[in-house]
Design a protein around this ligand. Structure first.
Ligand code: 5GP
Ligand code: MN
Length: 318
């Protein structure tokens, strides 16, 4: 076992009250990794508080333990851990009052080592994959409910095992989870396929703004779209996956208006030579080569114009 794995195991063993947090606008890997680590530490006798500043979206409320996830931490802790977060800003208010986490577990190429111990493996397809690698070394057991959370992380971050970073290791890990009795088909359907009627209406509003120019296909989702569709999340309802499937482009972008001063921007690179994490970093965000995001300050029209212009310029240099 490496020094880092030994140090992490010792931190877990020594702690009795553990705080675990993941990122705002949580996706399947954020929630799956949070629950997997949280439930496994509970099984080993620890008191665990699991925190997501934005709570659990309806798409993931079927996961065992998701009802324990709170919006804000409360009380005192011996140890704070973040999963699937590439910087402290991504945690939002979930760690307010705690400062830097003791342990950072992540798989983003843009991650800054903002914790005391930093386990960051950018070639892993998901943070869930990093957990599957090391939980046994930390003395943590993958039970069937934990396996369901880990499978959700693998399935969602790889869009059902079809992203360009897929590895034989990830497929072997999924096979091991199947052997534990996980219903992969049901988890896949719930997290990647099934959508609420409100989400579909929100997609419709977004798709009516579809534009294609200079190799960039983009969609703009306004607060008014969200409201009239009755969609309660503050994300794109995964419309980016639909927009990325449109042929003959280099990059897909979605602009999601958050308020008068902020726009959430998502980029997807549609060709192997394109690195959108580099573009997102220019806007204070991050992510992976093929999928990245940022929360950009400014009004919707101004942010759109600036992001499209700078993205086009960055593409010319790649
Ligand atoms: P999405 O566009 O679906 O929100 O995220 C795509 C990828 O970029 C994910 O890996 C996500 O963690 C990362 N990402 C999205 N938004 C941000 C952000 O504001 N900051 C950072 N550092 N990463 C982000
Ligand atoms: Mn992830």
């Amino acid at each position: 076992m490496t020094d880092l794995q030994t140090a992490i195991r010792e931190k877990f063993q020594a702690a009795s009250r553990i705080l675990i947090a993941s990122h705002v606008r949580p996706d399947g890997d954020a929630i799956g990794s949070l629950l997997a680590l949280g439930l496994a530490l509970q099984d080993s006798g620890k008191t665990v508080q699991m925190v997501l500043a934005d709570g659990v979206p309806a798409t993931f409320r079927h996961l065992p333990g998701s009802d324990q996830i709170v919006h804000r931490s409360e009380g005192a802790f011996d140890l704070a851990v973040t999963v699937d977060c590439s910087d402290l800003k991504r945690v939002g208010s979930a760690l307010d009052g705690y400062g830097s986490p003791d342990i950072v577990i992540d798989h983003h190429v843009t991650t800054e080592p903002f914790g005391i111990l930093n386990l960051v493996e950018p070639e892993a397809v998901a943070t869930a994959s990093v957990l599957i690698r090391y939980m046994p070394a930390w003395g943590l057991v993958i039970t069937p409910p934990i396996a369901a959370s880990l499978m959700t992380g693998l399935v969602t971050d790889t869009l059902g095992f079809r992203t360009s970073n897929i590895t034989s290791e990830a497929l072997r890990q999924a096979a091991d989870l199947l052997d534990l009795g996980v219903d992969m088909s049901a988890l896949y359907f719930r997290s990647l396929v099934r959508r609420t009627f409100a989400a579909a209406r929100y997609w419709g509003a977004g798709l009516s703004s579809l534009e294609q120019a200079n190799g960039i296909v983009s969609v703009t989702m306004t607060l008014a779209d969200r409201k009239s569709a009755g969609y309660t999340g503050n994300d794109d309802a995964d419309l980016i996956n639909v927009v990325s499937s449109i042929d003959a482009n280099e990059v897909a972008i979605i602009f999601v208006e958050q308020n008068a001063e902020h726009v959430k921007v998502s980029w997807r690179g549609l060709k192997p030579e394109i690195d959108v994490a580099r573009i997102a970093k220019q806007f204070g965000g991050g992510g992976h080569r093929a999928a990245a995001g940022a929360e950009v300050r400014g009004g919707l029209d101004e942010v759109r114009e600036r992001v499209l212009r700078i993205t086009r310029r960055a593409l010319n240099d790649m």
